[in-house]
Design a protein around this ligand. Structure first.
Ligand code: CA
Length: 432
């Protein structure tokens, strides 16, 4: 466990803004996001508290954040990046100030009706935007359960894990341009696929659309090219985390993936939850990460090997249905390779990391069937379909389906959560 818990994480803290015990956004969380109050106003920095959004640009204009000695206008940028690059102590000072202003016993904001009206807005009245300008996106493959399941399906039980898998965090360079947020639609992609035993491929809409339940983290301050990030300094480079749906077209993937890995099967869209939960807020939920056998090489060996206890769920709702089906309940803690190991491995060649880089975990599957993080595994490649509450059968995803992922840490009587990433699949375009 951590030696000292940040005072902003004290479970007994209460805000003057009322919250339910199952809200994802109590005063202990304070995630950052980018929002517009109305269509006419520019995107700016917000903190989510209960069902409200706190406008940090307004607080800074009023001088309420002056003691953190911040650059002028830092909360008026349309992305979090300039703030993410600030020294950790300065970011912590902001968190402490915001936490202080929201406390139930603190009158500054609570009793100033004019200021409250300007600085606090109902979350359902604002438009959320991509929180971060993502410079580069890398997707890992860090769940042993997921890699084993996929390996069994594609190569058989004996060769389920490739020889390298237990010795390095496998990953590939993804596509930053097509990352979007919850609420956006995803269009079913076209691509090349090949029928079993066929000699030549055909072109058309993907028939095997899938989700991948993942989490991602953003690099706060980057690193110089040629200078690897040492494993025991890697955790300090991480700004915060979001939920990630790494959409996957399985039929396109199956034909294209050898020998260089995924390409078109992944590059059309990736969606994230809009509120970035900071590592400070997650601190009370840290756990020891799973033991590794064999022991990794020295550059991947951690003094303080830890992960976080984050419950994760996925629900699929068909178009026109009132009710969805929970197809997965997993947990971030199952991952074999930690975020620090991913970052150390990524940069060990001297690859420079930039502020705003997003590194995603790979599909987070748990040990049992109810915890598998993709349709590929849940229906075992379509051989065991699921039935939605409205009676429709699913082997993979259909047009009109909404996939909603949520995640939260469970405290004693409160939660620190990520909200959700929920997106709908639209039919393929008519390209033929
Ligand atoms: Ca993935």
């Amino acid at each position: 466990m951590a030696s000292s818990i940040d005072p902003t994480c004290d479970p007994t803290l209460k805000s003057f803004i009322p919250v339910d015990s199952d809200t994802h956004f109590p005063i202990q969380n304070l995630p950052y996001g980018i929002f517009s109050p109305t269509r006419r106003e520019d995107p700016r920095f917000g903190v989510r508290i209960g069902d409200q959004v706190l406008d940090l640009a307004v607080l800074q204009d009023c001088g309420l954040l002056d003691s953190a000695s911040l650059p002028d206008g830092i909360f008026s940028y349309p992305v979090l990046n300039p703030f993410m690059e600030l020294p950790k102590e300065q970011r912590r000072a902001v968190r402490l100030l915001v936490s202080g202003l929201l406390r139930e016993e603190e009158p500054t904001l609570r009793d100033n009706l004019n200021l409250r009206q300007r600085a606090l807005l109902p979350a359902d009245s604002v438009t959320m935007h991509m929180p971060v300008a993502v410079r580069d996106y890398t997707d890992f493959y860090s769940s042993k359960e997921h890699a084993t399941n996929v390996g069994i399906m594609f190569r058989g039980k004996e060769n389920a894990l490739m020889p390298n898998w237990l010795q390095l965090p496998v990953g590939y360079h993804g596509r930053a341009s097509s990352i979007g947020i919850s609420g956006e639609d995803v269009i079913r992609p076209h691509g090349q696929t090949i029928a079993p035993d066929a000699e030549f491929s055909t072109f058309g809409p993907s028939r095997l659309m899938d989700f991948e339940l993942e989490m991602g983290f953003f690099v706060g301050s980057g690193s110089e090219q040629g200078k690897p990030i040492p494993i025991n300094q890697a955790a300090d480079k991480i700004f915060g985390m979001v939920l990630v749906n790494d959409w996957s077209a399985r039929d396109i993937q199956k034909w294209e993936y050898q020998p260089l890995g995924p390409f078109n099967s992944k590059n059309f869209a990736t969606h994230i939850s809009p509120w970035v939960v900071t590592m400070d807020a997650l601190e009370p939920f840290r756990l020891e990460a799973p033991a590794q056998d064999p022991e990794p090489l020295a550059y991947l060996r951690e003094n303080d090997r830890h992960t976080f206890d984050i419950n994760l769920e996925v629900e699929i709702t068909a178009e026109g249905d009132d009710e969805g089906l929970k197809v997965c309940a997993s947990n971030f803690k199952h991952l074999y390779w930690t975020m620090a190991q991913q970052l150390a491995h990524h940069s060990v060649t001297g690859c420079n990391m930039s502020s705003g880089d997003m590194l995603a975990s790979g599909t987070i599957s748990g040990p049992d069937k109810g915890s598998f993080g993709s349709m590929l595994e849940i229906t075992w490649r379509g051989t065991e379909p699921v039935i939605l509450p409205g009676g429709k059968e699913r082997k993979f995803l259909a047009d009109g389906d909404t996939v909603a992922m949520s995640g939260w840490c469970q405290g004693d009587g409160y939660r620190v959560g990520f909200g959700e990433v929920a997106n709908k699949i639209l039919p393929a375009l008519d390209l033929l």
